[in-house]
Design a protein around this ligand. Sequence first.
Ligand SMILES: [Zn+2]
Ligand SMILES: [Zn+2]
Length: 142
Amino acid sequence: MAEVQKLTERKLRESDRRMTPQRQAVLKALVDLSDEHPTAEEVYQVARQYCSTVGMATVYRSLELFVQMGIINKAPTLDGTTKYELSKEPHDHFVCLKCGRTYEVNVGEKPKENEELAKEGFKVLNVSTVYFGYCSDCLSEK
Ligand SMILES: [Zn+2]
Ligand SMILES: [Zn+2]
């Protein structure tokens, strides 16, 4: 928490913004839910326990801001719902076609640079491969 907190405060300062109690609550909720790839609604449910004046609109705005600042990423999902995660080392995702859960998986090293893309003028900052299929929970449920 402390590290994310410091990073967020620094980035807010750099863009002339303040760490408000509402933003703080959203950040705490993200840290709590970090492994679960929460939706904005799920972040809201936890954030309001930290700060009673947090509204859904504030949650959306804070999440967008954190994405722009590079503190969180949007994770891939099956149906296009937006899910969030704290930015960390590049990793892959597995999306279950049945329950729709987004899992984090690690399948080998991720190259930071991609020569093909660089040739076309793209600069790669993050790489994530998405695998689709059935998770073990769903497979054992048959
Ligand atoms: Zn599943
Ligand atoms: Zn992830």
